[in-house]
Every structure is written in structure tokens, then in C-alpha cells.
Ligand binder design. Structure first.
Ligand SMILES: Nc1ncnc2c1ncn2[C@@H]1O[C@H](COP(=O)(O)OP(=O)(O)OP(=O)(O)O)[C@@H](O)[C@H]1O
Ligand SMILES: [Mg+2]
Length: 203
């Protein structure tokens, strides 16, 4: 049984709270606080499938199984940190601010191009790409990596795209296109971002 303190909280989504693992600083524990476990079960099945396939985990936080905690059952993942040791921030947090002093949009968009190729190369299907589910892991002022922490897998009744790379890649490109369109819509007030989104669409 792992004992989590409320102060271990790193982030909170609509369904889950994410805590730093009290016994392993490189991992975090996610606990459902709203809704059922169905989504978690579906997600974990997909993570196990990817693990079996032996994919590289550099742009997807790896799943390490479930543990029992004082707050209930929790799912253990790699904890994504920046070079200063702090929890990496979501793309949403970066795009809502226009402050580029610690990280430039140019870096983030370079990393987004790499993320797109990583997903295609490894045929990793996402339910939907959202800026609040992608972290920017800052490695230095000019380098970093985008890491997906939520919402992967395929809920199709017959999930053929999971097993067929040609069809899977078509699905990934469709999701990516939707993601880019959503970025231009969601952050239309951020004029600095516009050029980068255009560049991303041409890459
Ligand atoms: N592996 C991780 N490393 C560092 N921080 C993380 C990690 N996973 C999640 N977080 C933080 O915790 C927040 C909530 O986690 P997560 O997105 O998994 O919850 P959720 O309830 O499933 O989200 P949603 O609201 O998108 O359904 C994230 O937005 C992020 O800030
Ligand atoms: Mg989320």
C-alpha cells in the first residue's frame, strides 16, 4: 500500500488526479476521481499492446502497472520533468501565455513535427490529440521534447487501424489534421502562434 499526501498532487484533469510517486521520484500515480474505470481499462490494454510491440517511449509516458494507494487504485507512469526538476507543463499552458522567455514557440513546434513523425513511425493511435494532454519537456532554453500523457488508443469496434500500419497512419494523419485546426481555433488570440501553426501544417 502506497501512502500519498494531498500535497503530492502535480496536476488534475477532468477524470484523474496525478500525484508524484512518494517512493520513486521518476514516476507519477494517476487516480480516477470522477467517472468509472472503463476508460482506464481501455487505455491500459493499449499501453500493454504497445509495450509488447517494443516501441520507444521517448514521446509517450510509459505505463508501469497499477498500485494500491490510500486514495484507491492508481496507475503508475513515467513522471515527465523539465531540466530544472519541475513537472513539465502542458502545451495548453504554453500557448495560453505569450511569454517566450523560458521556451520559444519555435522549439515547441519543432518538437511537434517530431511528435507527428514518432506517432506515424510507431503507428501510435490517439483517441484525440489535445494541447492539455501533451507536455513540453524542456531540456534547455533551446531544446525539448513533446510527450503525450493521456488519451491514446483506439475505441473502434473493430480496431483494424491498431494492427495495420497503412490504415493506422491514415487515422493518425486525420487526428493530426484535427489537432492543427483546433490549435488555430483555440489560440486565435495568440498572434505569435499563428505563423508556427501554418508552418506545422506545411511540414
Ligand atoms: N506523466 C506525467 N508527468 C507529469 N505530469 C503529468 C503526467 N501525466 C499527467 N500529468 C499532469 O496531470 C494532468 C492530469 O492528468 P491526465 O491528463 O492524465 O488526467 P485526465 O483526467 O485523464 O485528463 P482529461 O481531463 O484530459 O481527461 C495533466 O494535464 C498534466 O498536467
Ligand atoms: Mg488529460
Amino acid at each position: 500500500m502506497i501512502n500519498i499526501q494531498p500535497s503530492d498532487l502535480i496536476g488534475k484533469g477532468v477524470h484523474r488526479k496525478c500525484y508524484i510517486h512518494p517512493e520513486n521520484a521518476n514516476q507519477c500515480i494517476k487516480i480516477v476521481y470522477r467517472g468509472g474505470q472503463a476508460e482506464t481499462i481501455r487505455e491500459q490494454k493499449y499501453y500493454r499492446y504497445l509495450a509488447k510491440r517494443g516501441i520507444p517511449w521517448e514521446m509517450l509516458a510509459q505505463f508501469h502497472g497499477n498500485v494500491e494507494t490510500n486514495f484507491g487504485i492508481g496507475a503508475v507512469f513515467d513522471f515527465v520533468r523539465d531540466d530544472d526538476g519541475n513537472a513539465s507543463k502542458t502545451l495548453d499552458a504554453y500557448f495560453k501565455s505569450t511569454d517566450e522567455t523560458t521556451v520559444s514557440y519555435a522549439n515547441i513546434f519543432q518538437c511537434l513535427c517530431e511528435l507527428k513523425h514518432y506517432l506515424l513511425e510507431n503507428n501510435i493511435i490517439t483517441m484525440g490529440l489535445k494541447p492539455r494532454n501533451i507536455l513540453y519537456k524542456r531540456l534547455s532554453q533551446t531544446t525539448g521534447r513533446c510527450v503525450i500523457v493521456d488519451n491514446i488508443g483506439n475505441s473502434d469496434f473493430i480496431p483494424i487501424c491498431t494492427y495495420n500500419k497503412f490504415l493506422g497512419n491514415k487515422k493518425i494523419l486525420r487526428k493530426w489534421d484535427r489537432f492543427e485546426k483546433a490549435l488555430s481555433k483555440e489560440y486565435h488570440d495568440n498572434t505569435k502562434l499563428k505563423n508556427f501553426i501554418l508552418q506545422l501544417r506545411q511540414s
